[in-house]
Design a protein around this ligand. Structure first.
Ligand SMILES: Nc1ncnc2c1ncn2[C@@H]1O[C@H](COP(=O)(O)OP(=O)(O)O)[C@@H](O)[C@H]1O
Ligand SMILES: [Mg+2]
Length: 252
């Protein structure tokens, strides 16, 4: 299953979700690939510390048959990565002059010799050409939203864009509530109202606000290597289980 973690808003928990789902699936012995599509490379930092010889720019710009050369192992036996570097921001511009510019990631992933059980794409915080590539490649769009006013702003634009790109009416997407703080019930009420239109698409699992998750990010580690028995680890474990049980596309 290819999951694109996407939301044009920054700071909603995309990278945290991608990084920890990758670790969670690996813990379940699922061979997993992380594709970092954000020029900031925050999720790369968690799994790949050295300067990569090739990166995600090569992965999408080269011919699909050569894409595998930008895939690297990590110190998790079950995790491979296509790392991002700041070069990726130029790539986004160069892409606009290339043929099949919105399908390049999809084609590269399809050409990989390794058969990954899970592929996680960490998207940049914008609805541009890189995100279009992720939308075209994905079996599921996972949209993290943080409760509060304006939580679902941009969701309609994302779905509409996906319909156009994929020429499908029913876009396979799920909303993930992140950084939920149960003490701020007022924002929760606003949030629920906003979510009414998409109630059936909201995942049961919610990710609570957790200082352990924040600290794990700062340390550049998945939560399972930082605070194994924290609330954050439990939440992402529950999310892994829920996603593994999703039956796509029949139960969209
Ligand atoms: N559940 C959480 N609890 C507390 N802090 C979080 C949580 N999820 C993410 N954060 C913090 O919020 C910030 C933004 O998260 P990040 O995953 O980088 O979002 P995005 O990739 O959408 O920009 C980071 O500093 C991160 O450590
Ligand atoms: Mg991010």
């Amino acid at each position: 299953m290819i999951i694109a973690v996407t939301n044009a808003k920054g700071g909603v928990g995309k990278t945290t979700t991608a990084v920890n789902l990758v670790a969670g699936f690996a813990n379940r012995n699922k061979k997993t690939l992380l594709v970092d599509l954000d020029p900031q490379g925050h999720s790369t930092r968690c799994y790949f510390r050295s300067e990569p010889e090739r990166d995600v720019s090569d992965f999408i710009m080269d011919r699909p048959s050569q894409a595998y050369r930008a895939v690297f192992p990590t110190d998790y036996p079950e995790v491979d990565i296509v790392p991002a570097t700041p070069r990726l921001s130029e790539t986004a511009e160069l892409l606009s002059a290339r043929i099949r510019r919105e399908e390049r990631l999809d084609r590269a992933l399809s050409a990989l010799p390794e058969d990954y059980r899970m592929i996680l794409i960490d998207c940049p915080p914008s609805l541009g050409i890189l995100t279009y590539n992720a939308i075209n490649a994905a079996d599921l769009l996972l949209v993290p939203v943080q409760p509060g006013v304006g939580a679902v702003v941009g969701l309609e634009a994302l779905i509409e864009t996906a319909r156009e790109l994929r020429d499908e009416d029913n876009i396979p997407f799920r909303i993930l509530v992140t950084m939920l703080d149960l003490r701020t019930t007022h924002t929760n009420a606003i949030f629920e109202e906003l979510m009414e239109d998409h109630r059936r698409k909201v995942l049961k699992t919610v990710i609570h606000k957790s200082e352990a998750l924040n600290q794990a990010n700062l340390a550049g580690k998945p939560i399972y290597r930082f605070a194994k028995s924290s609330r954050g680890a439990e939440d992402y474990d529950a999310l892994c289980e829920e996603l593994l049980k999703l039956r796509l596309p029949s139960h969209i």
